[in-house]
Design a protein around this ligand. Structure first.
Ligand code: ATP
Length: 373
């Protein structure tokens, strides 16, 4: 039997074996997760993977079919939203159109019968934090989308909840404003030190803000970790592909040395740090490498010693400004992507379409994903 109480008590938010079914459909599937106090935690995944349903169960807007939700060590599964010490910010700002900014933000405090002077002080302070002090007298209809979302944020923060739940809060904004608000949200979270749980389908958004990202697929968490962990060491093909270009190639383990294992693929031999995989000689494995880790060299030049090398033929070369992107067709049929920085000494010369090349990289940059996916 597992003792879940220890974790439940140290984590700010904890889900234990939480399942949500809508009829026959399983939206969230025996999910277990822990979010530390003060973390910026992102639930990331494609449409329909169960992110919003997970968030709504933390907020109390949806009852789990099974499992327990803990906030600050206390089981809250049966408590309604207003009895949980969390606030939610939605994509639609849900401001009261007939109240000005100040009154919108003050609403929750006034309802709790907080002293007038105290309300005024806390509203001003919170609007200051989201840099909206000067707009205090305006009504929501007189604000842009980005301004309204800042006010919605202030309204959710003003009573200092244990945690803030954000459901695609930037989804309705244009790209430039999104980028700006991503940075602001992160700054605000660091300032207030409140736990943020942020739902998004945008990997760049999750990576730019969250300390921990949980990648969801079919109602489960495939992998959780820092942006760097997920990008450099994805454990499934789904995570590898969701966070970027992954260059996956199937092979078979030839041998395991003390540090590196050797994997034979149709495109060449690859060495992989042994601690990345449990497979032994004869087992099938799927390896991957990120496009910017790869150097492209003419096949005739050969690979520098110590580096992995796969063979292929350049099929597309695109000038992208900051970088040059190559698509290389490998003998095994995979289309591998290489991104070379547009910089002196890094610009591969004369590697045009049809050129036979080697893709070389440091073995340490090889990752291994589960083969079934
Ligand atoms: P999106 O980004 O599109 O909102 P999501 O990852 O947040 O996707 P959920 O909204 O949590 O996904 O939905 C998960 C699954 O549960 C989907 O298949 C969805 O159709 C289903 N679902 C969600 N809410 C309901 C509901 N009230 N009734 C029936 N099915 C629902």
């Amino acid at each position: 039997e597992r003792d879940v109480r220890g974790t439940a008590e140290t984590a700010d938010i904890r889900l234990e074996g939480v399942t949500k079914r809508f009829g026959d459909a399983v939206a969230v599937d025996e999910l277990t997760l822990s979010i530390e106090r003060g973390a910026f935690y992102a639930l990331l995944g494609p449409s329909g993977c169960g992110k919003t349903t997970t968030l709504r169960m933390i907020g109390g807007f949806e009852d789990p079919t099974a499992g327990v939700v803990y906030l600050g060590g206390q089981a809250v599964t049966d408590l309604p939203p207003y009895r949980r010490d969390v606030n939610t910010v939605f994509q639609s700002y849900a401001l009261f159109p007939h109240l000005n900014v100040e009154r919108n933000v003050a609403f929750g405090l006034e309802r709790r019968k907080v002293d007038r002077a105290e309300v005024r002080r806390r509203v001003a302070e919170t609007l200051e934090m989201v840099q909206r002090g000067p707009l205090a007298r305006r009504r929501p209809g007189q604000l842009s989308g980005g301004q309204q979302q800042r006010v919605a944020l202030a309204r959710a923060l003003v009573n200092r909840p244990r945690a803030l739940l954000l459901d695609e809060p930037l989804g309705a904004l244009d790209l430039r404003l999104r980028k700006q608000l991503q940075l602001e949200l992160k700054r605000i979270q660091q300032d207030v030190g409140i736990t943020f749980v942020h739902v998004t389908h945008d990997q760049e958004e999750a990576m730019s803000m969250a300390d921990t990202i949980a990648v969801m697929n079919h109602g489960r968490i495939e992998q959780a970790g820092s942006a760097e962990e997920l990008y450099e060491r994805p454990r499934t093909a789904f995570v590898a592909n969701f966070l970027g270009v992954s260059n996956l190639v199937d092979g078979k383990v030839l041998e395991r040395g003390s540090q590196l294992a050797t994997v034979q693929t149709e495109d060449g031999t690859v060495r992989v740090p042994c601690d990345r995989m449990a497979e032994t000689a004869g087992d099938g494995v799927r390896i991957g490498v990120r496009p910017e880790k790869i150097d492209l060299v003419a096949a005739a030049d050969g690979a520098p010693p110590g580096r992995n090398a796969l063979r292929g033929v350049v099929s597309v070369a695109s000038f992208l400004g900051v970088s040059i992107q190559y698509v290389v067709l490998a003998p095994g049929g995979e289309e591998l992507t290489v991104i070379a920085p547009n910089r002196e000494g890094h610009q591969p010369q004369a590697l045009g379409v049809g050129q036979e090349v080697l893709l070389t990289w440091d073995p340490g940059h090889t990752f291994v994903v589960a083969r079934d996916a």
